[in-house]
Design a protein around this ligand. Structure first.
Ligand SMILES: NC(=O)c1ccc[n+]([C@@H]2O[C@H](COP(=O)([O-])OP(=O)(O)OC[C@H]3O[C@@H](n4cnc5c(N)ncnc54)[C@H](OP(=O)(O)O)[C@@H]3O)[C@@H](O)[C@H]2O)c1
Length: 286
């Protein structure tokens, strides 16, 4: 069967990626999961045969594993012991946090393992499949697996980055910083604004245009050129005033201090000639 794959673990990510692959010309040879309910839901979404277990996997097609990280060990064991055609099969998971070599048993039985991590939030199959058309995929694994999952990523969105197994955790920390920590940072900003007397329901939208404009600048001009504000200007008096206004909330003051130091290292790249102002700021912030 040309350009076909099977899915094991019919959750949000598995079905979203499988649907996106279907839209990009791949066919789904079958899907299975832990519970009958989720396997049936998968089969319905993907209009594909329902597999009762790994022993029903058609030979010679790649297998995508869509289970959470904590279930990968158990599923690896289940597939390796029940799939009669595991030798030479391409088996890949969707986690960004762990490398594919974690699929130890499949690997020992001769499978070529990999991972395909969509850099996207996949809340449900349909929204997920649509969002994936513009997502970058991080891929990693054995050369045979890499060739197939690269072609999958390119078919869906045309965007992928290749990682070494050793850099997978660092890569995941970077993704968490960009997505989750950005949420925390905006929450912090909303909290400070509420402390300044702005009603909570006004605090979040008040900064929307500012935040969106900043993000737009970053993607058009890069982070160094997008940095503005008191740190970039080397305005120690203003930064000192901020720290003093934050004295009542030591946790917020600490978060401000750490982020200001991060901004300072960007500012140094932008204006190396301002090193004397920046040295004074660093002293104030350290
Ligand atoms: N959702 C996202 O935004 C997203 C984005 C990128 C990557 N990912 C990655 O995708 C993977 C799956 O995440 P998810 O959000 O799709 O999780 P999920 O919605 O909770 O789905 C997990 C699926 O795996 C099945 N499963 C769990 N344990 C199993 C086992 N031992 N054997 C067979 N099937 C099992 C579950 O079956 P039951 O329904 O029967 O419990 C469920 O269908 C994770 O590695 C995650 O990091 C997720």
């Amino acid at each position: 069967m040309d350009k076909a794959f099977a899915l094991y673990g019919c959750g949000k990510a598995g079905i979203s990626v499988a649907l996106a692959l279907k839209g990009a010309g791949w066919s789904v040879a079958g899907c299975g999961s832990r519970s009958t309910a989720s396997a049936e839901a998968g089969a319905q979404w993907l209009a594909c045969p329902l597999l009762k277990g790994p022993e029903e996997l058609p030979a010679g097609i790649p297998l995508m594993i869509g289970v959470p990280e904590q279930a990968l060990g158990e599923v690896d064991h289940e597939i390796a012991s029940r799939d009669q055609a595991i030798q030479g099969r391409i088996v890949f998971h969707l986690s960004g946090a762990v490398p594919s070599r974690l699929l130890t048993r499949c690997r020992m039985k001769g499978a070529s393992v990999g991972s395909l991590h969509p850099l996207m939030i996949l809340p449900d199959p349909l929204a997920g499949a649509l969002a994936l058309r513009s997502a970058t995929f991080a891929i990693e694994g054995r050369p045979e697996a890499l060739a197939v999952i690269r072609s999958m990523a390119l078919a869906i969105s045309g965007k992928c980055i290749a990682l070494s197994p050793h850099s997978k955790t660092l890569y995941h920390a970077a993704a968490v910083t960009a997505a989750n920590h950005l949420v925390a940072l905006l929450w912090e900003s909303q909290t400070l604004l509420a402390r300044a007397g702005v009603r909570p329901e006004e605090a979040l939208p008040a900064f929307q245009a500012l935040v969106e404009g900043t993000v737009k600048n970053i993607y058009s001009s890069g982070p160094v050129a997008s940095l503005t504000g008191p740190v970039e200007r080397g305005d120690a008096t203003m930064v000192k005033n901020h720290l003093s206004a934050l004295k009542r909330w030591p946790d917020s003051r600490e978060r401000y201090r750490v982020m200001a130091l991060a901004a300072l290292s960007l500012a140094r790249r932008r204006h190396p000639e301002r090193y004397m102002d920046y040295d004074a700021l660093e002293k104030l912030l350290s």
